[in-house]
Design a protein around this ligand. Structure first.
Ligand code: ADP
Ligand code: MG
Length: 269
């Protein structure tokens, strides 16, 4: 089946090795409501891109489009040089098969505002489940890796605990470890600290900082301006389904150029 996307352009971008995510003129509507109105964005490998914007501006929708949770109506998204959801052949776009979509999704980790851990499974089982089920690792290997990941997020002692026995911050750290267990090349975070009590925000941000230092490519939707300033390599400000302003986080935060960015920052700073 051919997608309803814009036709291939002459000189479409090649798979540049240092570009991890490239979005070109991404459009997404829900019925008559146009939520993304032509998003262009580039995230280089190893970069932390912080995505800011008021509620309803399309941030979650955009992340969901990268991760195949939503289908775009027009435009293109590449992750690590692979066109998301489609294959280009003879100037035409063909939808990928389910198996190919699954393979693309596996390479992208996502962490949500709500942790979505399986409540009836221990912390260890939560992390081991997907890699084993998807045949990515043997059980023993997956357990070893899970133990390492739990150490990394500071929860080695919670291996046998159930999610209900953990604080929100601990659950979110498990959710991050679970996403990392798939060995993704890209991590998407959708307001990972918004549901947490203020005193638990820091421990989750610390894990994310550690990941960033380790070179993980990340797109982080957040209202944590301190995190964007300290850890972000780029800041993208979205409003009304468009990118209003982007640049170096420290520069944009200190000197926002657009009124909408100024108004938003004045509220969250
Ligand atoms: P943000 O994450 O920036 O707050 P969202 O991407 O969640 O914004 O939502 C953008 C707009 O799209 C909102 O108006 C929201 O109501 C709408 N929207 C999101 N998902 C759906 C959906 N599945 N069906 C209909 N409308 C949706
Ligand atoms: Mg959102």
């Amino acid at each position: 089946m051919t997608g309803q996307l814009v036709p291939a352009q002459a000189g479409a971008p090649a798979a540049e090795s240092d570009v991890m995510v490239r979005a070109e003129q991404v459009h997404k509507s829900f019925g008559p409501l146009e939520v993304l109105k032509g998003i262009d964005l580039e995230v280089r490998a190893g970069e932390v891109c912080c995505l800011l914007g008021p509620s309803g501006s399309g941030k979650s929708t955009f992340l969901r489009c990268i991760n195949h949770l939503e289908k775009i109506n027009a435009g293109r998204i590449w992750v690590d040089g692979d066109l998301i959801g489609y294959r280009e052949r003879g100037g035409k776009l063909h939808e990928l098969r389910d198996k190919e979509v699954a393979a693309q999704r596996r390479a992208i980790g996502m962490v949500f505002q709500r942790f979505n851990l399986f409540p009836h499974m221990t912390v260890l089982q939560n992390i081991v489940e997907a890699p084993v089920l998807l045949g990515q690792a043997k059980k023993a290997e997956a357990r070893d890796r899970a133990a390492q990941l739990l150490e990394r997020v500071g929860l080695s002692d919670k291996l046998g605990a159930y999610p209900g026995q953990l604080s929100g911050g601990q659950q979110q750290r498990v959710a991050i470890a679970r996403a990392l267990a798939m060995q993704p090349k890209l991590m998407l975070f959708d307001e990972p600290t918004s549901a947490l009590d203020p005193e638990l925000v820091g421990e989750v941000l610390d894990v994310m900082k550690d990941l960033a230092r380790d070179g993980m490519t990340m797109i982080v939707v957040t209202h944590e301006i301190g995190f964007a300033r300290e850890v972000g390599d780029s800041l993208v400000f979205m409003d009304g389904g468009v990118v209003v302003e982007q640049g170096n986080p420290r520069e944009v935060i200190a000197n926002p150029r657009h009124d909408r960015t100024k108004a938003f920052l004045a509220k969250v700073l």
